[in-house]
Design a protein around this ligand. Structure first.
Ligand SMILES: Nc1ncnc2c1ncn2[C@@H]1O[C@H](COP(=O)(O)OP(=O)(O)OP(=O)(O)O)[C@@H](O)[C@H]1O
Ligand SMILES: [Mg+2]
Length: 140
């Protein structure tokens, strides 16, 4: 994976990211370390195309995250929210099926098959039919 940031600034009520530039190539795993509230999740939202910088540009694997490219890019990535934002009234499995079906347009029966396969792969088959608040934070 490749990440390139060019003079990225992000503001909320104050400046969170200030003229950040970096270029990383051949990344397999990357840890972003910093004190609480310093802007790590903000940076991840920019890298996921969920937010736009006030200034500068963000590139991932050669794609400039701007305009129409963002939607296509988002079909290819996964993002685990700090607050995991699962639907509380749906089972663990149905939370996965819903996204595959609505966002990726996978037919429902195929989405169920994929969800079950993935959940088994990460040894969560016993949690499949539980609601998100009945599993641990890490499992959720
Ligand atoms: N949507 C928002 N509106 C206003 N301010 C925000 C918003 N999101 C984050 N902030 C502020 O931006 C700063 C950076 O937040 P961010 O969530 O990126 O921090 P973090 O480094 O991920 O912290 P933590 O380690 O606690 O998860 C914080 O001061 C936070 O209060
Ligand atoms: Mg955070």
């Amino acid at each position: 994976m490749e990440i390139k940031l060019e003079h990225v600034s992000k503001y909320y009520d104050r400046k969170i990211l200030d003229d950040l530039s970096l270029e990383l190539k051949d990344i397999h795993a990357l840890g972003i370390i910093g004190e609480s509230g310093c802007g790590k999740s903000t940076l991840l939202r920019l890298l996921a195309g969920m937010e736009k910088p006030e200034k500068g540009s963000v590139w991932v694997n050669g794609t400039l995250l701007q305009g129409k490219a963002v939607k296509e890019y988002q079909k290819e990535i996964g993002y685990v929210f700090q607050k995991h934002n699962l639907f509380p009234h749906l089972s663990v499995k149905e939370n996965i099926v819903l996204i595959l079906n609505k966002i990726k347009k996978v037919p429902r029966h195929e989405a169920v098959r994929q969800a079950e396969t993935m959940l088994k792969k990460v040894r969560l088959e016993a949690a499949m039919d539980k609601k998100p608040d009945a599993v641990s934070g890490g499992q959720a």
